[in-house]
Design a protein around this ligand. Structure first.
Ligand SMILES: C[S@@+](CC[C@H](N)C(=O)[O-])C[C@H]1O[C@@H](n2cnc3c(N)ncnc32)[C@H](O)[C@@H]1O
Length: 382
C-alpha cells in the first residue's frame, strides 16, 4: 500500500530492521567527512576549544554528536583529546575502506591528523584549571544500538540530552530526517505517495496548510517563478528537528554539516536518492538502502535562529575548515630536500584536507553554525 514519503523513510531507516538501526552502519555504505579524514575531527576539536574559551572553560563541557553513526567522530575526538593531554588511548582512525565514495561525490583521500592547538589548559594566575580532557563529556545520540567496543567515556543515548553547555554536532544527520515530497499539479501542490516495496510513486491528497506555508516561503512554485520545479521536498520536518536540537542547548554552539541548497537555487526535480554498499541507487524505502534528500539549509537555519535568538553563520565547508586552519596548502618543495619524511607527511596531510575542501565534493557541503548565548565570533574562528 502506498504511503507518505515521510512515513516510508521513517520505517525504512529507523523502524524494526531499518537500514540505519539493523545494519552494519553508515560507514559501510557511503563516505562522510567524518570517515574521509582525521583532519575533519581535528578542525572540530579546534572549534570545540574555541567554544570552551567563549564559555569561560566550564566545569563540564558537553560535546554531543547527533546522528552519531557508530561513534566514529566522537572516537576520533576522544583520541585527540587524550593525545593532546598525554593520555594513552586508541589512535585517531579514519574509519574504513577508502573505496566508498561520499554521498555528495568526491575523490579519494589520504590521512594524517592536522595540527590542533594545544589542549593543555593554561593555568591563570594562582589557579590551576582542570584540563579540557578532564572536563569534556562526550555524548552520542543515535537510534542504532551502542557499538560493543565504544570507549566508556562516550555516553550513548537515543535522545538529545537537555541543558547542553558546549557543542552540538550534526554531520549528515538532517539529510536523513524523513520528509514529505510534493508534486505540482494543475490544482496545486499534492503529496507524493510511495509503495515501500517497489518505490513506485502515485499522487495523493493536497498538502496541508502548514506544508503549503513552508513551500510558499522556502520553495518557490512553478506558478510564481515560471521555473521547472515539478516536485519539491518539504523541509519542515528538518526545521523542526533542528529547532528541537538547538532548544536543548543552554549555552554553546550547534553545528550542522550537510549537503544542501538555498532558496534561490532549489533543485528542479528534488534530490531524493538512495545509497547502498558505496553505490548510488534508486530511492526505494524497503529498508535495504539509505534514503536521503539534500537539506534546505537556509530554512533550517532560520528555524534554529528563532529558538536561539542569536544570529547564525552559513558557509561552505571549505570556508569553514580554512577558518579553522585546515587550508589544504601544499608544503614547499624545498622541504623535500631537507626533510623528505616531513615533506611526505605534510603532503599527505594537505591531501587529506584537500578532499574535505574540494568544492565538487565534501567541500561543497554547508556548515550551519548556530550560537546560543555566546558571540558568533569565536565560533567562526579566524
Ligand atoms: C548519514 S548517518 C551520519 C553518521 C555520522 N554523523 C557521519 O557523519 O558519518 C545518519 C545517522 O543519523 C542517525 N539518526 C538519524 N536521525 C536520528 C535521530 N533523530 N536520533 C538519533 N539518531 C538519528 C541514523 O541512525 C544514522 O546513523
Amino acid at each position: 500500500m502506498s504511503i507518505l514519503w515521510r512515513d516510508a523513510m521513517s520505517r525504512a531507516l529507523y523502524g524494526p530492521g531499518g537500514f540505519f538501526v539493523a545494519g552494519t552502519g553508515p560507514a559501510d555504505h557511503f563516505r562522510t567527512s567524518v570517515h574521509a579524514s582525521p583532519a575533519f575531527a581535528a578542525a572540530l576539536l579546534r572549534l570545540i576549544t574555541e567554544v570552551d574559551a567563549a564559555l569561560g572553560h566550564p566545569s563540564r563541557l558537553d560535546v554531543v554528536d547527533v546522528g552519531a553513526g557508530r561513534g566514529e567522530l566522537l572516537r576520533a575526538l576522544l583520541a585527540s583529546v587524550r593525545v593532546a593531554v598525554g593520555v594513552s588511548g586508541e589512535p585517531a582512525r579514519s574509519g574504513r575502506s577508502g573505496l566508498i565514495p561520499p554521498r555528495a561525490g568526491s575523490p579519494e583521500t589520504l590521512t594524517p591528523t592536522a595540527p590542533v592547538r594545544s589542549l593543555r589548559d593554561e593555568p591563570s594566575s594562582g589557579t590551576v584549571r582542570p584540563s579540557l580532557a578532564a572536563r569534556v563529556r562526550f555524548t552520542a545520540v543515535e537510534y542504532a544500538h551502542r557499538p560493543e567496543n565504544l570507549p566508556e567515556e562516550i555516553t550513548w543515548t537515543s535522545e538529545i540530552p537537555a541543558e547542553i553547555t558546549g557543542v552540538l554536532l550534526a554531520t549528515e544527520w538532517l539529510d536523513n530526517v524523513p520528509l514529505d515530497v510534493a508534486v505540482h499539479t494543475e490544482d496545486g501542490w499534492r503529496y507524493l505517495l510511495v509503495d515501500p516495496e517497489s518505490g513506485v510513486e502515485t499522487i495523493g491528497e493536497p498538502i496541508s496548510s502548514d506544508d503549503l506555508d513552508w513551500l510558499t516561503t522556502w520553495w518557490p512554485s512553478p506558478e510564481t517563478t515560471h521555473s521547472n520545479h515539478r516536485r519539491a521536498e518539504i523541509g519542515r520536518s528538518r526545521d523542526e528537528a533542528w529547532a528541537h536540537a538547538v532548544g536543548k542547548i543552554s549555552r554553546g554552539l550547534a553545528v550542522a554539516v550537510d549537503y544542501g541548497h538555498l532558496r534561490e537555487a532549489r533543485p528542479a526535480d528534488g534530490t531524493l536518492t538512495g545509497y547502498r554498499g558505496g553505490r548510488q541507487v534508486p530511492p526505494v524505502p524497503d529498508g535495504s538502502s539509505d534514503v536521503t534528500a539534500h537539506v534546505a539549509m537556509d530554512s533550517v537555519a532560520s528555524a534554529g535562529a528563532a529558538v536561539a535568538r542569536c544570529a547564525y553563520s552559513l558557509v561552505l565547508q571549505r570556508e569553514a575548515l580554512r577558518a579553522l586552519g585546515a587550508d589544504g596548502g601544499r608544503p614547499p618543495l624545498s622541504l623535500a630536500g631537507t626533510d623528505p619524511a616531513g615533506y611526505v607527511r605534510a603532503l599527505a596531510a594537505a591531501s587529506a584536507v584537500a578532499e574535505l575542501t574540494d568544492p565538487a565534493g565534501l567541500g561543497g557541503h554547508l556548515w550551519l553554525r548556530q550560537p546560543v548565548g555566546i558571540p558568533l565570533g569565536p565560533a567562526v574562528a579566524r
